[in-house]
Design a protein around this ligand. Structure first.
Ligand SMILES: [Zn+2]
Length: 139
């Protein structure tokens, strides 16, 4: 379970927990924020299992946004007792800053829900070159 959470946070493949889900590790490359390889370099898992797979990630995006809103409301609205204008301003700034992460993690959460971990996945993949090496994403 902790391994799965760690791999999810690091945006690793849900099947093998080794390959990278995104080509570019820097989420602030805005034009390339959600570019993913066609398949995992370690186990061959397709990063888009079916056409339109990531349309469903919009629900994950919504859940993340609502979670951030509730946390902001509890801390900024109730605890620090900020005015509604200050609250909305800070919330908007946070969303703008976190937007690339929100897009990425919505996809990652969605694929982790859909694809199960297989500890032998890398041994089933015919690409033996990537088994022992660690694939580094482009910055
Ligand atoms: Zn993989």
């Amino acid at each position: 379970m902790l391994d799965t959470i760690s791999s999810l946070i690091k945006c690793k493949c849900p099947k093998c927990h080794r390959g990278n889900l995104f080509i570019y590790s820097n989420p602030y490359r805005i034009k390339r924020v959600v570019e993913m390889p066609e398949e995992c370099s370690c186990c061959g898992q397709k990063t888009e299992p079916e056409p339109g797979f990531y349309y469903k990630a919009m629900y994950c995006t919504y859940i993340i946004w609502v979670t951030i809103f509730v946390m902001n409301f509890l801390v900024l609205g109730l605890w620090l007792d900020l005015s509604p204008f200050s609250f909305i301003s800070l919330y908007t700034i946070q969303l703008i800053i976190l937007l690339p992460f929100i897009f990425r993690y919505a996809r990652v959460i969605h694929i982790y829900i859909s694809v199960k971990y297989d500890k032998n996945a890398i041994y089933k993949h015919p690409n033996k070159v990537m088994r022992s090496s660690t694939h580094k994403p482009i910055d």
